[in-house]
Design a protein around this ligand. Structure first.
Ligand code: SAJ
Length: 418
């Protein structure tokens, strides 16, 4: 049965989710505190880059099932999809969740369902969220339902993953989980696992922590392999052919708003445990500085210009949140390098972005940080003609070394000269 759904937060998760529910026939009110986001969405335009999002948004708007507002409206279901960033002392900043919950209080009615999709430390749904909603005078679990259903979609592939991924739904009561499950079944084709709210919170954190610790292992192995003169990407590719091995990829550091953040939510609630998780975080955070030192060793220092390619946190997205490119660019600038910075997708970055032509002209070396697929199709000869020296440092195993070496480039794959 069609429901009225209020989605709070029209970002990478909230907007695609709002669109999905709208095209399935639910009446959706998308709410964002930023007026410009509401205006953009209302026009059928997008403020974030995600494959298929614009088409989906226009379908949702044309169906007349989606409207965008700056204020919460009465609804059957409220879905909170707001950011939960890190505080400077590496704890979860849940202010936006709290504010979103408080904005629901005046319109909350008996029988409503409130779902938290934002990633939060274990216990947040049952404690902070329920307490905030209780200010309505209604009792969570009996007068209205509350569930945590963490988003688990991969930026760049959101629409297909929203549908095909398995989902975990943790209710503060079994009934809360079951009612939320019925709703998500509108479009979820993956399996839906029902559990309690704190378990669901922990599941989400464990997934991203697994990834972070695994990437830290890859980054540590990359340093060891470099000392041995071994290509770490080849080592991992062969090791991963073993049926029970899945080592992730090393790179210039770990970015995005999830993987470098979520492990801290476990560490903060772990008292004295969590040392391995913290160490992995520190390993990954130390990678950008190592990259800067390596650049210095390869290209030297005097009056040198580096062409930095790709500043997003990973390839084929426009997102520069928590990107390792920030500390790398800062480290290079602090050492006096001149930089030309180019990205195929990023719209915002700490420093001004250049055209590709400007970024390579007069450069002594290219430092590739984000593996956008477009980089693979560039002509090394054309690029080389504009440069003062022909050096490439590919931190992502993105380029075809043969092509670049044939064009006279000295080619480094992470720290290994090929
Ligand atoms: N990275 C590596 N090596 C790898 C994989 C990734 O260095 O082998 C780097 C990336 O370049 C990037 C960072 O790690 O800088 C994170 O990228 P990612 O693709 O691992 O993760 P996100 O942040 O784009 O999305 C993750 C996903 N989580 C998992 O796959 C377990 C996604 O499903 C979650 O929904 C998302 O976090 C989230 O919102 O939590």
């Amino acid at each position: 049965m069609a429901k009225t759904i209020c989605v709070l937060g029209l970002g990478y998760v909230g907007l695609p989710t709002a669109c999905m529910f709208a095209v399935q026939g639910h009446r959706v009110v998308g709410v964002d505190v930023k007026r410009e986001v509401v205006e953009t969405v209302t026009k059928g335009d997008i403020h974030i880059d995600e494959a298929g999002l614009k088409t989906m948004l226009q379908a949702a708007i044309n169906s007349r099932n989606l409207v965008a507002r700056t204020e919460v409206e009465p609804a059957d279901v409220f879905i909170i999809a707001v950011p939960t960033p890190l505080t400077p002392d590496k704890r979860a900043d849940v202010t936006c969740v709290e504010r979103a919950a408080r904005s629901i209080v005046p319109v909350l009615a008996r029988g409503n369902l409130v779902i938290l999709e934002s990633t939060v430390p274990p216990g947040t749904t049952s404690n902070l969220l329920c307490q905030a909603l209780s200010e309505s005078g209604l009792k969570p679990g009996s007068d209205f339902h509350v569930a945590h259903s963490p988003e688990r979609v991969l930026p760049g592939n959101i629409f297909s993953e929203l549908v095909s991924n398995d989902r975990v739904i943790g209710g503060i009561t079994r009934e809360s989980a079951e009612i939320a499950c019925e709703l998500y079944k509108t479009f979820v084709e993956g399996e839906i696992f029902l559990t309690d709210a704190t378990t669901a919170e922990m599941v989400k954190l464990v997934e991203n922590t697994f990834r972070d610790v695994n990437i830290a292992l890859a980054n540590e192995l990359a340093m060891i392999a470099a000392e041995k003169g071994v290509d770490i990407f080849e080592v991992i590719a062969i090791a991963n052919r073993h049926a029970r091995v899945n080592v992730h990829q090393p790179g210039p550091g770990v970015g995005g708003h999830c993987i470098p953040v979520d492990p801290w939510f476990i560490v903060e609630s772990a008292n004295d445990a969590g040392t391995l998780i913290k160490h992995a975080r520190d390993v990954n955070d130390s990678v950008p500085e190592r990259i800067v030192e390596f650049v210095q060793r390869v290209v030297g220092r005097d009056d040198t210009r580096i062409s930095v390619w790709g500043v997003t946190y990973k390839g084929n997205v426009d997102d520069t949140r928590e990107t390792p490119a920030v500390p790398i660019v800062k480290g290079l600038k602090d050492r006096g390098y001149q930089l030309g910075i180019f990205d195929f997708h990023a719209k915002h970055f700490e420093c001004e972005l250049d055209s590709l032509e400007k970024a390579v002209t007069g450069a002594h070396a290219i430092l590739l940080l984000a593996d956008h697929k477009e980089f693979r199709y560039l002509d090394p000869e054309e690029i080389g003609q504009r440069m003062r020296r022909r050096i490439v440092i590919d931190t992502r195993n993105c380029l075809d070394p043969r092509k670049w070496k044939d064009a006279g480039f000295e080619f480094y794959l992470l720290q290994k000269k090929l």
